[in-house]
Design a protein around this ligand. Structure first.
Ligand code: PHE
Length: 477
């Protein structure tokens, strides 16, 4: 059977943007921002998107298009190594982790979409969210969201994913622009924009080590990086167009939507005196939904808003499900139908666990996802830089224009050396924070190193060791 492929280039771009734009922009971002100091967090996050985003996307694209396989098959085919094939299985785990909590939030969104029409949560938003967030009903809505996701994936790459995202993306954009244009005209919107846009440098300095792993994790999350989604989507590319141009367009569109989402969320919150929200996964549902209650035509605004969020969530959840589906189809010759239905059975259970236990949910959706995506992207970058080497450059140059082509070698240096060092640092600090260990101050050869310096030394050492270990005859670095 021939492998599926996108029908058009724009279809691929919209599907990838659809994957990127999602709950990450609209729900996780306000949550993470309110927990990590507002605009200070935004600053670090945007920095990571810029520096790591496009080169990271390109690494996944290059691996995917070269191999035309799922993440596991790609890493084992292109390396001929059992260790890489074993590492590839991490991405199947990542997909399970991602979709398990994502589908629970997707369920909340579906519920709020319906509840907005009648204003069911208007009277007491906090109590309403508290009553529905975890428990049997949350499981039911999670299953509904999962069913819609599976319904699209079941129809395949072209008829399912490509067609759905082609319809959804313009709708999302149009609705968001309309909401933003309306939101900034509200009285008091300026305070919201200020909170969102002016960083507190003192806070940033004092908390940098806590902000960084969270901001990096969020940046990867919003771009769907480090999970193998972008790799899988690029593996369905039929024609050789410029990956660099497509990657830049995708990152730019996602950032635009992300910033726009902030322009919708924060002015509405501040205009109605709700402040930045209480933090936690409920920030969006309690504060923002609560704000709709006070607005003229609040039901309408609620339906429009949760409609956008539902579409955005779906166009991302299908990309998560597609990772293990493509794995089973490519590697075991399972039919798409068989793979999708079998996986839905697994996700139904793992998602239900998240829907029942708030502690599991927060750990999975926060720390665990940050670590998996960061570690996963380090793997892809090292693979492109050191294992593929000259082949990565060749694949990058195929279809690239002259400007993008000139950037091939600098890209490989960034992807293979600089960015891994940075990500190993965020990974190690995230891990230390998660385990509650403090490393430092340490005194080495008479020099006292504080925690940050210890982590920097450890990260550089880990990175250099992996460069040496991975070097192949093909390596150009
Ligand atoms: N980028 C998606 C969002 O912002 C989430 C996602 C992460 C999707 C990783 C696929 C892979 O909602």
């Amino acid at each position: 059977m021939t492998r599926e492929s996108w029908q058009t280039r724009i279809g691929f771009i919209l599907a990838a943007v659809g994957s990127a734009v999602g709950l990450g922009n609209l729900w996780r971002f306000p949550w993470m921002t309110s927990e990590n100091g507002g605009a200070a967090f935004l600053l670090v996050y945007l920095g990571v998107v810029l520096v790591v985003g496009v080169p990271g996307l390109l690494a996944e694209f290059v691996i995917g298009r070269r191999s035309r396989r799922n993440p596991v098959g790609a890493l084992s085919d292109l390396s001929d190594s059992r260790a890489w094939s074993a590492f590839g299985h991490v991405f199947v785990v990542t997909a399970v982790v991602l979709l398990s909590f994502y589908s629970v939030v997707g369920g909340w969104i579906l519920r709020y979409l319906a509840a907005s029409a009648t204003g069911a949560y208007f009277a007491d938003p906090a109590a309403y969210f508290g009553a529905i967030d975890y428990g049997v009903e949350a499981v039911a809505f999670h299953l509904a969201f999962l069913a819609v996701t599976a319904g699209i994936v079941l129809r395949g790459v072209r008829r399912g994913i490509e067609t759905a995202t082609k319809l959804m993306m313009p709708a999302i954009l149009a609705l968001l622009v309309a909401l933003a244009a309306w939101g900034v005209t509200l009285d008091g919107a300026a305070a919201g924009l200020e909170f969102y846009l002016s960083p507190d440098v003192g806070y940033l300095r004092a908390n940098f080590l806590d902000i960084l792993p969270a901001a990096a994790g969020q940046a990867l999350f919003t771009l769907s990086l480090g999970a193998g989604t972008m790799l899988t989507y690029a593996s369905y590319l039929g024609e050789d167009r410029s990956l660099a141009a497509d990657g830049t367009a995708i990152a730019a569109l996602n950032t635009f939507v992300g910033v726009l989402a902030g322009v919708v969320v924060f002015p509405i919150l501040f205009a109605l005196g709700a402040g930045a929200g209480g933090g936690g996964p409920g920030a969006l549902f309690v504060s923002l939904a609560g704000a709709f209650a006070a607005l003229p035509y609040g039901e309408l605004v609620g339906v429009a808003f949760f409609g956008v969020v539902a579409l955005a969530a779906l166009s991302s959840s299908i990309s998560m499900l597609e990772i293990p589906v493509s794995f089973l189809v490519d590697e075991y010759g399972v039919s798409r139908r068989g793979a999708t239905t079998g996986l839905v059975g697994v996700f139904a259970v793992t998602g239900a666990v998240c829907a029942l236990d708030p502690d599991v949910f927060s750990f999975v959706a926060g720390t665990l996802v940050n670590l998996l995506l960061t570690g996963g992207l380090v793997g892809f970058l090292l693979f492109a830089g050191w294992v593929m080497g000259a082949d990565a450059l060749d694949e990058y140059r195929t279809g690239a224009g002259s400007l993008a082509g000139d950037l091939a070698t600098p890209w490989l240096y960034a992807a293979g050396v600089l960015i891994p060092v940075f990500l190993v640092f965020t990974f190690v600090s995230g891990l230390a924070a998660a385990l509650g260990v403090t490393v430092g101050p340490l005194s080495v050869l008479g020099v006292t190193l504080d925690q940050t310096r210890v982590l920097v030394v450890v990260s550089v050492a880990v990175a250099v060791l992996s460069f040496v270990g991975l070097r192949r005859p093909n390596s150009v670095l």
